[in-house]
Design a protein around this ligand. Structure first.
Ligand code: BG6
Length: 459
């Protein structure tokens, strides 16, 4: 694969650039993995000194500031300032690109500007043989996602489009798929015969913070379920990828989504934390959900009948992400003279903030009775969750032209189909207290063992 020879970066003075992109570029530079011109495009009117000051602040606040790395990165940065609606901005960009043959354009800008920017890139001849990186949200439903994709495809074919879902670049999530396929003991039990249910929880103990206006238009289902959570579900449920090339993994993930019937309103409980309506940018009578719990199905030979429960929310009791896989119970404890109820075996993938994998088992509790107690076997010498930052990994991959960890167009489409019936006000929204586990109504969705709350009911 041919690597890109220039990185053009729209939105260089934006929030994402400040928090994620400059620190990731600096990390790549410090590991000698980035040595191409970076053309920072913005409409801020910044001088070069002001731009470099922004970079310095970004690295100080969100990265590891190091003078040597900063100097190297500054040496790569060129600047184009101008309005995105003005074709002259793109003519200046063309001049700055000089003899670059395979530039990559990172659109760290609102999706409403994509089409204008793409059309202008094409008009001045900067889109030919180029690649493009875009950020979520990929639309707000199937129709708008298709419009966005059509705008991208006017100038870039699908193999040149890199849609970032930063969850795919997370060490812990890559670790989950690695664990699945690297361990022989797992495959025989990884199916409906041995697995009772799967729960995927993404809990955040903070609210919408300064993003009220954005969040109000989005809500939890669009913000994290349609993308991050379905990506994780696909990693758990997919068949082993086969074949050469980069598409094997992406093919298998899409197959999972295709096998999922659209989620039904009856299988969804939405919640909104008390006080959300007072957040800046939020409507006083808002019905946007800050929490969602839902039950999904994957109708494949491997998974038919196994419920996949998803829970995601803000203002919850803790900040953690876990995948909890509950195994079926052995037929009975009678042969053992078992007293009391035996807990189900489970596999727990702790994905953040720390990373571990645990297997729970029942052992006999010491004493006269044949009563059991649950113990956990834990693999916790895992790389730390923040080993390689997702943006660092993903930007490096995009520059190298490797699409494996990016969201393909058909995944975006299928993910919107899965949530199509439950977007917006299709279901009621229930209030819940901050610091809780969401509205009590969510308890009616789950089976016998109840929700597994990270940090609470560990063995
Ligand atoms: C983003 C969402 O995509 O992911 C945020 O827009 C959410 O609302 C964030 O907080 C969570 O990412 P992470 O990496 O902190 O788990």
């Amino acid at each position: 694969m041919e690597s890109s020879d220039a990185l053009v970066f729209f939105g260089a003075t934006g929030n994402l650039a400040h928090k994620k992109i400059f620190p990731a570029l600096a990390a790549l530079v410090s590991r000698d993995q980035l040595n191409i011109p970076i053309i920072a495009v913005s409409r801020s009117g910044d001088t070069r000194e002001q731009l470099l000051e922004r970079v310095r602040n970004s690295l100080t606040e969100h990265g590891d500031f190091n003078q040597d790395t900063f100097d190297k990165l500054s040496g790569l940065i060129r600047q184009v300032d101008g309005d995105y609606a003005d074709i002259n901005t793109f003519r200046k960009l063309k001049d700055e690109l000089k003899d670059a043959k395979r530039p990559i354009h990172y659109l760290a800008i609102p999706p409403s500007l994509f089409e204008t920017v793409i059309d202008s890139l094409a008009e001045v001849g900067c889109a030919a043989n180029a690649r493009v990186i875009v950020e979520k949200p990929f639309g707000r439903d199937l129709a708008s996602a298709r419009e966005l994709n059509a705008a991208l495809h006017k100038a870039f074919d699908e193999s040149s489009v890199f849609r970032i879902d930063h969850y795919l670049g997370k060490e812990a999530i890559l670790g989950l798929s690695y664990f699945r396929f690297a361990n022989t003991f797992l495959e025989p039990i990884w199916n409906r015969l041995y697995i009772n249910s799967v729960q995927i929880t993404m809990a955040e103990d903070f609210g919408v913070e300064s993003r009220g206006a954005f969040y109000e238009e989005v809500g939890a289902i669009r913000d994290v379920v349609q993308n991050h959570m379905l990506q994780v579900l696909a990693m758990v449920a997919m068949e082993p990828p086969s074949g050469r090339g980069t598409e094997g993994l992406r093919d298998e993930k899409v197959k999972v989504l295709r096998a999922m019937p659209p989620i039904l309103p009856a299988d969804v409980v939405r919640g909104q934390y008390e006080g959300y309506r007072n957040e800046t940018g939020v409507k006083p009578d808002s019905t946007t959900e800050t929490f969602v719990a839902l039950k999904a199905q994957v109708d494949t030979w491997r998974w038919s009948g196994v419920p996949f429960y998803i829970r995601a929310g803000k203002g919850l009791a803790t900040t953690a992400m876990e995948v909890y896989v509950e195994l079926r119970n052995p037929p009975t404890g009678v042969q053992l003279g078992q007293v009391g109820v035996m807990a189900s075996n489970s596999l727990r993938f702790r994905l953040s903030p720390d990373v571990s994998i645990s297997l729970s088992a029942n052992v006999k509790a010491p004493g006269e009775e044949m009563a059991g107690r649950e113990v956990e076997l834990s693999f916790n010498d895992m790389p730390s969750a923040d080993g390689l930052d997702p943006y660092e990994r993903l930007l490096g991959d995009a520059i190298d032209g490797d699409t494996t960890l990016f969201t393909r167009e058909d995944f975006v489409d299928e993910a919107w189909k899965v949530v199509a019936n439950v977007l917006g006000d299709a279901t009621a929204v229930h209030p819940y207290f901050r610091g809780s586990w969401g509205p009590e109504a969510s308890d009616r969705l789950i089976g016998e063992g109840g929700w597994h709350n990270p940090n609470e009911n560990d063995a």
